[in-house]
Design a protein around this ligand. Structure first.
Ligand code: ADP
Ligand code: MG
Length: 274
């Protein structure tokens, strides 16, 4: 496979959109798998109580399994909860179990409730022998404390947008929240990447939505668009990325291209105020 540039520092990328079903998890798993195959070391942190990323990567996550919940609420280290995937040697996953559903409430009364994931992740990245190139955090479809923890732990946000009528609705709320996080909790946070997902080129509407999103976010939108494809939706039930499941399918090709684009673009440059 293609040789891609590796980042100098670990890129921690939160995949967020408070809408459900827009392709957050699918994007997290498939871009992570694509980058792992090109030789990057990649960690996926599943931060959704539904545990869909854990399922898609074939890691254990039945209730009671050591998971991201223990790191957030019980001060476990990520080292204690991380699992190797069968997807690729370079790809590990911190699973989420349904226990995480309670964390949204339990976190409220904890010290440094917005920084719990950041602290756990920094400690982990500093302790592991092998340097990670990428960390992807798969968020739940809400803007609660779990998502805030993801924004605080990350340096970049990737927003998947489904090419449908309501695509831009709710986006301004998401961007306002990110701006608040940037101002008060994480000045380094940037929306680096927008990915158009589940695109159906046969409809004028999808084309119109894609154009609208490009007009609004000319620098962030990747030129690669992810088409709607049955192979993409089948892969998770085999505990595989679409790349492992059907390497030459259009879904696999487009996720590999999107990953390559992100690697070539690199991390956003942060202008520092003196
Ligand atoms: P989210 O994490 O934002 O809730 P998912 O990634 O779980 O969204 O995607 C929602 C559903 O759409 C899933 O069933 C998934 O398999 C399916 N899906 C995602 N992307 C595609 C695609 N490109 N083509 C077909 N189905 C897709
Ligand atoms: Mg999801």
């Amino acid at each position: 496979s293609q040789v891609l540039p590796k980042p100098d520092r670990t890129r921690v990328i939160t995949i967020s959109n408070q809408k459900g079903g827009v392709g957050k998890t699918t994007t997290a798993v498939n871009i992570a798998a694509a980058l792992a195959r090109t030789g990057s070391r990649v960690l996926v942190v599943d931060l959704d109580p539904q545990g869909n990323a854990s399922t898609a990567l074939g890691v254990e996550h039945q209730p009671g399994t050591a998971s991201v919940y223990d790191a957030l609420v019980n001060d476990a280290s990520l080292e204690e909860v991380v699992q190797q995937t069968t997807e690729h040697d370079n790809l590990q996953c911190v699973p989420a179990t349904i226990d995480l559903a309670g964390a949204e409430i339990e976190l409220v009364s904890l010290v440094a409730r917005e920084q719990r994931l950041q602290r756990a992740l920094q400690a982990f990245l500093g302790s592991v022998d092998d340097h990670y190139d990428y960390v992807f955090i798969d968020c739940p479809p809400s803007l609660g404390l779990l998502t805030i923890n993801a924004f605080v732990a990350a340096s970049e946000v990737l927003i998947p947008i489904q090419c449908e009528y309501y695509a831009l609705e709710g986006l301004s709320q998401l961007l306002r929240n990110i701006e608040l996080i940037e101002r008060h909790l994480n000045p380094a946070l940037r929306v680096s990447t927008i990915l158009l997902t589940m695109y159906d080129s046969r409809t004028n509407l999808a084309q119109q939505v894609a154009q609208d999103v490009r007009d609004h976010f000319p620098t962030q939108v990747l030129s690669t668009i992810i088409p709607r494809s049955v192979r993409v939706s089948e892969a998770p039930s085999y505990g595989q990325s679409v790349i492992a499941y059907d390497y030459s399918s259009t879904g696999s090709l487009s996720y590999r291209e999107a990953a390559a684009e992100m690697a070539v673009r690199g991390a956003p440059v942060i202008e520092r105020a003196n």
